[in-house]
Design a protein. Structure first.
Lengths: 407, 230
């Protein structure tokens, strides 16, 4: 038998107050772990989006919403296609690439999907007017490419649609399938499919991106315009700035150039999510304060009451030779166990909550973060030990004469 | 020898100082059997606590052999209690959530005896007091007499040379009372020093020396001391 055996047996004898403490710590820790997990994964997603899309600027019809960058072209609103030429003719410095898009609803093998019209980059170079303009507007200062620059071999592959958000070559009768569509309909390069009453050949199936693009099929912009009978319009124009600085400077110029358009940067698109992240970060501080206060008060109160109930036992232990350090240890070890149980239980519950609720609540997939869990357990442990310190110190200084019957 | 030298204990209550004990000189020879009697509130508990190294006096010194108890740090006094002093309590003071054998193990655990040895010694002691069949019973599952026997076994666990007994027969029926008094007699014969505070006149008669406490003062009963010496 030792100190831990005594503590364990005492907890088993009086489980209710201990369970109350564990529950208070567990709920605080669970809330903290869940919020921090969702918060961190949401922040990482924003960072990934910012990194993947770099200096992108999106030109949308006025009134379009921007909740999700990838689905921003599905507003049902359109811009005249001539806005693409307008941007190029304006010769704005820092424009590296333009990628107009038009979304239309279609069906393939009885399954509804979004058919997206895109304009191959080679067609920009084929148009002499644009080439002339861009030749004079090279960004020598920052060394960025322009639309006129010759593409690399990797840029020529259809998969460049994923990495560069644009494709080099695409025939009028060719389509590129997103990963989900390709898998669902067993599409393969060379296979024929019928969309909006016209036959197409599958040029490629894209790798998964984790975005709405996985469920889309891409065809030539002018083919989609013809089949969807929309006329010469686009749903959105992606403008790739050659660098962050260029993108920042382009926004006001594009806004001035296109008064009927809405010009936003990727940073603005993810602003809502950044706002949610800020709210979550703020909430996690609040929950931390609640954990410290509620858990701490609960433990301090339970240990104080435990000391009062065990005055005679403490006196007896002192009479049997227990040192003040041993007596304080009885209560500090008990508090540490409660903190550990509450912290660990809270971590498990918090991760389960985050994994379940994260995708629905914040649209992010969550995986357990061991360092965060370790930190929360350490906080729970520190809170309980700090809360139990004074009552334990009081117990160690208790008058041991309470073990004697008053005679 | 256990010796009190100009010991006083003063409590402050609502701004008023109350003298709970005043013992100018008291010597307890080793081995000996001393009974302290006195009315309620006379300071018997205070005296027993001071003798046991658990309550520091306001003034004076308490000597156990050649050690001044209260000049030692608290941890050293705890060591002295573990090694030399055993307590017998009126209400047994068994730890309610520990079994009989675990209660007897307690002083051994505090003394740092290895777990296996603790259990062997505790079982042997409980066998000696006739509770070999009740090893894993908790105090509430034992009769009053059995609880007192567990407490006696616990007192013996560290083989103390000084036993301080606080009203050891107060709560007991005739049979258990006889058992406890026989236990103290036997320990005295084995060379232990016994100091017992009691209301029980018959129990006090067993002691070789009787002291009476009155309002915290300790006038010695010279006649009984002389009788013991004789």
């Amino acid at each position: 038998m030792n100190l831990h055996t005594i503590v364990w047996k005492e907890i088993r004898q009086r489980p209710s107050p201990a369970l109350g403490c564990v529950l208070a710590i567990l709920l605080g820790a669970a809330a903290l772990v869940a919020i921090r997990h969702v918060n961190l994964f949401s922040q990482r997603q924003v960072e990934r989006q910012l990194q993947a899309l770099g200096a992108n600027i999106l030109v949308l019809p006025k009134g379009a919403s921007i909740q999700d960058y990838y689905a921003a072209d599905q507003n049902g609103l359109t811009l005249p296609e001539e806005r693409v030429s307008q941007i190029l003719l304006a010769g704005l410095p820092g424009v590296e690439q333009l990628s107009p898009r038009l979304c239309a609803s279609a069906e393939l093998s009885g399954q509804p999907l979004t058919l997206v019209g895109i304009l191959p980059q080679a067609e920009f170079r084929a148009q002499q007017t644009w080439q002339t303009v861009t030749l004079f507007k090279k960004n020598a200062a920052c060394g960025c490419k322009t639309v006129a620059a010759e593409p690399s071999a990797a840029d020529r592959a259809p998969e460049a649609l994923v990495t560069r958000r644009a494709i080099e070559q695409l025939g009028g009768d060719e389509v590129i399938a997103g990963a989900d569509v390709g898998r669902r309909l067993a599409l393969q390069p060379g296979k024929s499919v019928k969309l909006l009453g016209e036959k197409f050949q599958v040029l490629a199936v894209l790798p998964p991106t984790g975005t709405v693009d996985d469920g889309r099929v891409f065809a030539h912009l002018h083919t989609v315009q013809r089949l969807a009978k929309t006329g010469e319009v686009v749903s959105a124009i992606e403008v790739l700035g050659c660098c962050e600085d260029a993108a920042g400077g382009l926004v006001p110029q594009l806004s001035e150039l296109l008064p009927d358009g809405r010009v936003v940067t990727i940073s603005q698109v993810v602003e809502t999510q950044v706002g949610v992240n800020r709210l979550l970060a703020g909430s996690s501080w609040f929950v931390l304060v609640v954990l410290v206060l509620a858990g701490g008060i609960s433990v301090a109160s339970a240990i104080s009451s435990n000391v009062r109930e065990r005055r005679r036992e403490i006196g007896t232990l002192v009479a049997l030779g227990a040192t003040p350090r041993f007596i304080a240890g009885l209560f500090l070890v008990k508090a540490a166990w409660l903190g550990l149980a509450g912290g660990l239980g809270g971590c498990v519950l918090g991760v389960l909550l985050a994994v379940t609720v994260g995708p629905r609540w914040a649209g992010v997939s969550v995986m357990p973060l061991l360092d965060l869990m370790g930190l929360v357990v350490a906080v729970a442990l520190a809170v309980t030990l700090a809360a139990a310190y004074w009552p334990a110190r009081g117990a160690a200084r208790l008058d041991p004469c309470s073990c004697f019957q008053e005679v | 020898m256990l010796r009190l030298e100009n010991v006083t204990k003063v409590y402050a209550r609502r701004g008023v100082d109350i003298v709970a004990l005043r013992a100018e000189s008291l010597e307890v020879e080793r081995p000996s059997y001393t009974a302290i009697v006195g009315p309620s509130g006379s300071g018997k508990t205070t005296l027993l606590s001071i003798l046991g190294g658990m309550l520091s006096p306001t003034t004076g010194r308490v000597w156990l052999g050649d050690q001044s108890l209260y000049d030692l740090p608290a941890s050293e006094r705890a060591r002295v209690r573990r090694q030399q002093i055993g307590f017998v309590f009126q209400t047994f003071n068994l730890v309610p959530y520990l079994t009989a054998v675990e209660n007897v193990q307690l002083p051994l655990a505090l003394a740092g005896v290895p777990a296996g040895e603790q259990e062997i010694r505790a079982v042997t002691l409980l066998d000696r007091v006739g509770l070999g069949e009740r090893l894993h019973h908790k105090p509430r599952e034992l009769s009053v007499g059995q609880q007192q026997r567990v407490a006696l076994a616990r007192t013996l666990a560290n083989d103390p040379s000084l036993i301080l007994a606080d009203e050891p027969t107060g709560n007991l029926d005739g049979e258990s009372r006889r058992l406890v008094l026989d236990f103290l007699d036997e320990r005295h014969r084995a060379g232990c020093t016994i100091v017992m505070v009691t209301h029980d006149a018959a129990a006090a008669q067993r002691a070789g020396r009787r002291l009476s406490l009155c309002d915290g003062r300790l006038p010695e009963d010279a006649a009984t001391r002389g009788a013991e010496a004789a």
